[in-house]
Ligand binder design. Structure first.
Ligand SMILES: [Zn+2]
Ligand SMILES: [Zn+2]
Length: 389
């Protein structure tokens, strides 16, 4: 038991800040009326020995946050959402030796323990303790640093909880970046860019001159488009149900566009590519898009799936094609990335002009407007929005 003086000391160190809390999943739209996220005063405990405290300068709104709001990807409630964020380190735990106050960082939404088999074999996106902590809504050490004004604990979203003025997270959830990158751009590298570009570079391993199909144009699909262009694809075809998204993708360099509302969309892609895409990347999170992507590939084609469909969804394919036509189907989580390696690499590509992801940032908004942001996303009216808390 701590004595009273120690308890008083602990309480003094706890910071009060503003954060956006989700208490109930599945509220009806429009979100501007139902207000699923409430901006409240939240208590943030001081960093543990292996944590950092970061002032959040920008946090992106991602479809995975929306999936939690909708209840399609259930998480323990209540939770401070937000997993794509960038900011400045303001405090480091006493065992953190490789980060300093003032460093700029981007969050990776899977903390990497460094010791489990996936971490030891170069696949930290699959970190087992990291996945368990994320599912439980806690940090790697099994605890939360957040509580509401009644002292009730709040869960972390994917080890981050970026819709807040400050975050205390494991040091293993952050990557130091070059200080010259503006924070609203840097934030996108934590999820959309890492996932989309990583799917192209790590999972599909797109080679020079290949024909690439991107199915589903959200922040990740647009990032995959830019990644495919940077990787030297000879033809990039985009597919979506919204004509405006297709036009935006054409403006960003896509060579061809197909509307997947048309019944023969897969056949159109096969015609346009003289036999099918070498690589199809599904970024929509629905099984229809995955089926379309798979059918639009050629013999020997690789289909990569990045979207997160509801857990009940099943996928049906002609199994014989996998062998007789040497087709393959790969899942890709966090773009198969090693965040410490890939975030700086993709940022360097951006800084040299070959990954213009700043073009994806369509809106910035204050934390108080976050429900408006998610309503806009649910309507498909934005590519990437960033809150400045
Ligand atoms: Zn995300
Ligand atoms: Zn691990």
């Amino acid at each position: 038991m701590k004595d009273h003086a120690a308890k008083r000391r602990d309480r003094r160190q706890i910071a009060v800040m503003k954060a956006a809390i989700l208490r109930t999943m599945g509220l009806p739209r429009p979100y501007t009326t139902s207000q699923p996220l409430t901006v409240e005063s939240v208590m943030l405990a001081p960093p543990g020995p292996q944590d950092v405290r970061v002032r959040i300068a920008a946090a992106g709104l991602c479809h995975s946050d929306l999936s939690v709001i909708e209840g399609n990807r259930p998480r323990p409630m209540p939770m401070v959402l937000g997993h794509e964020a960038a900011g400045e380190v303001v405090e480091v735990g006493r065992e953190v030796t490789d980060l300093r106050v003032g460093d700029h960082v981007v969050f990776a939404f899977v903390p990497q323990c460094g010791h489990c088999l996936p971490c030891m074999t170069g696949r930290p996106a699959l970190c087992e303790p990291g996945a368990a902590a994320n599912a439980a809504g806690v940090l790697l050490d099994g605890a939360t640093r957040l509580s509401d004004r009644h002292d009730a604990p709040l869960h972390h979203h994917l080890g981050v909880s970026g819709f807040a003025q400050y975050v205390v997270a494991s040091r293993r959830s952050v990557v130091r970046i070059d200080r010259s990158v503006p924070f609203p751009i840097a934030a996108l590298f934590g999820c959309a860019v890492l996932t989309g570009v990583g799917a192209i570079a790590n999972t599909a391993q797109v080679r020079l001159g290949e024909r690439v199909l991107i199915a589903g144009l959200g922040g990740i699909g647009f990032s995959a488009l830019l990644g495919a262009l940077a990787a030297g694809a000879s033809q990039v075809i985009v597919a979506d149900v919204q004509p405006e998204k297709l036009a935006q993708a054409r403006a960003l360099g896509a060579h061809l566009a197909v509307n997947t509302r048309e019944p023969n969309a897969a056949e159109q892609v096969r015609d346009l590519t003289h036999g099918g895409a070498d690589v199809a990347v599904e970024c929509a999170g629905v099984v229809e898009a995955l089926t379309f992507a798979y059918l639009a590939t050629r013999r020997g084609g690789r289909t990569v799936t990045v979207g997160l469909p509801q857990a009940s969804q099943r996928f049906d394919l002609a199994a014989v094609q996998l062998v007789a036509e040497e087709r393959s189907l790969h899942g890709s989580y966090l773009g198969g990335c090693v965040p410490m390696r890939d975030i700086p690499a993709y940022l360097a590509l951006h800084q040299s002009g070959r990954l213009p992801v700043d073009q994806l940032l369509t809106h910035t908004l204050p934390l108080d407007d976050i429900n408006l942001g998610f309503e806009r996303m649910a309507n498909g009216e934005a590519i990437r929005q960033v809150v400045i808390p």
